[in-house]
Design a protein around this ligand. Structure first.
Ligand code: DMJ
Length: 459
């Protein structure tokens, strides 16, 4: 029997009210979830301050705090203020104004690169150059940019090899470079920082040298399209042909995509577009229905190791950022499984046997970074719930009287006397951003360098 106009109206009204009810309930849920998230963000801040105040108390002015012995540590015997420079933008984002002010004052007063020491080009670039540049962009303080430029000048001789690939170490005073055997992460994770410095100072040599190093690495990929574990910068030949997305290669891929995002460099985009299908073909490994990324020989594509670890856990973030949410979600589930095996992730796991191969936990950020990216791209509440669980475990096992300590072994949870600056630059920052209001940092306007320093395209 056909419906009367009144009947149609009643059905329409019922449908509309159920839609409105659903919208209302969803928004109530969202409000509740957001209120809880603010509460977790506040806890993260308190814990960050616990680590920071211990650094201030026991290691102020030094590179790092040793949290169990409560003693300072300098990487090269003299301080380059690794922790203050690396942590400054976290202090700023958390609106810890007085701590941020004191730290900036310390950096401006004491940071000097006039030192006869050999430093690791890669580490100093991602932590110090990246940290100075992002803090400059957040504060507008020209003195930070000036320090970044001085540092950039001092690092440039590292690129003076026959291939343009940088040496591992460079002497800040003499410009001498040493150690020719390096890896794609160390040759290819420099362009976001040197490129930003170039754009901000108008000096193209910074961009050109770091770009050349990235391209020279890419050019040496195998006929399959993979890069290897180590390479000699003088001969340009691979010294180890194992291929993976783990430490030593990881951020080379990250910068291919991110340099496209930050600089609009089409060559970087093309190198990424040529690389990612190869990674997915030879390194991705589906085991028991789970997605992992293992190792393969760069020339034959034959699987060499079924290992995955804390460092690999950055890859879901990169997959998500480059638009592959499906693989990102699946791989993130594997990372979380790895974490939950012992309640904290190990450095390396065999994902076929689920045996821990290297059991330390260095307070690494990668799994948190990926959780944050996935939440950003999906708004799926499961990622905040995962993040809260990770944070609770992190506090439970790594908090100590004197700050936050790495674990010597995730099975026994025995702590070790180490609090790397990236714990403050990255791990706490990503935890905080996962729960903080989105206005804390406009994700779409920045690109994080591999040390979680947000860089903005202001040029
Ligand atoms: C950081 O220094 C950087 O994230 C780097 O790209 C890899 N390892 C550490 C943190 O685990």
């Amino acid at each position: 029997m056909p419906l009367t106009t009144k009947g149609k109206f009643v059905i329409f009204a019922l449908r509309l009210s159920s839609v409105l009810l659903a919208v209302f309930l969803t928004s109530c849920n969202r409000v509740r979830e957001d209120a809880h998230a603010r509460h977790v963000a506040a806890r993260v801040k308190v814990e960050f301050l616990h680590a920071w105040h211990n650094y201030e108390r026991y290691a102020w002015g030094h590179d790092a705090l040793r949290p169990l012995s409560k003693t300072p540590h300098d990487w090269y015997g003299q301080s380059l203020l690794m922790t203050p420079v690396d942590a400054l933008d976290t202090l700023i984002l958390m609106k810890l104004d007085s701590e941020a002010g004191e730290t900036k004052a310390l950096i401006v007063k004491d940071l000097s690169f006039d030192r006869d020491i050999y430093v690791k080009n890669f580490e100093v670039t991602i932590r110090l150059l990246g940290g100075l540049l992002s803090s400059y962009q957040l504060t507008g303080d020209q003195r930070l940019l000036r320090l970044a430029e001085i540092l950039g000048n001092r690092l440039l001789p590292a690129f003076n090899s026959p291939t343009g690939l940088p040496y591992v170490y460079v002497n800040l005073l003499t410009g001498q470079a040493r150690d020719p055997v390096t890896n794609p992460a160390e040759t290819g994770t420099l362009l976001l920082e040197f490129g930003t410095l170039s754009k901000l100072t108008g000096r193209h040599e910074f961009y050109d040298k770091a770009k050349r190093a990235l391209v020279e690495t890419y050019k040496r990929r195998s006929p399959l399209g993979l890069v290897g574990r180590s390479i000699n910068v003088e001969t340009g030949t691979w010294t180890e042909t194992d291929s993976h997305v783990s430490g030593g290669i990881d951020s080379y891929y990250e910068y291919l995509w991110k340099c496209w995002l930050l600089f609009g460099d089409e060559e970087c985009r093309d190198m990424w577009n040529a690389s990612i299908p190869v990674i997915n073909k030879y390194l991705a490994d589906v085991t028991h229905g789970e997605l992992w990324y293992g190792h393969a020989d760069m020339y034959t594509g034959v699987r060499t190791e079924t290992s995955y670890g804390a460092l690999d856990a950055f890859f879901p973030a990169l997959l998500a950022l480059s638009g592959d949410l499906q693989r990102a979600r699946r791989l993130q589930a594997s990372s979380v499984k790895m974490w939950n095996l012992q309640g904290v992730e190990p450095e390396i796991l065999d994902y076929k046997t689920m045996r821990v191969i290297a059991g330390a936990y260095h307070l690494r950020p990668e799994i948190v970074e990926s959780t944050y990216y996935l939440y950003h791209f999906t708004s799926d509440g499961q990622y905040r719930r995962t993040g809260e669980k990770l944070f609770n475990d992190f506090v439970k096992y790594c908090r100590t009287d004197g700050g936050y300590a790495a674990l010597a072994d995730v099975t026994t949870k025995q702590q070790r006397d180490e609090m790397e600056s990236f714990a403050l630059a990255e791990t706490f920052k990503y935890f905080y951003l996962l729960f903080a209001p989105p206005r804390t940092l406009d994700f779409d306007k920045i690109v994080f360098n591999t040390e979680a320093h947000p860089l903005r395209r202001t040029w």
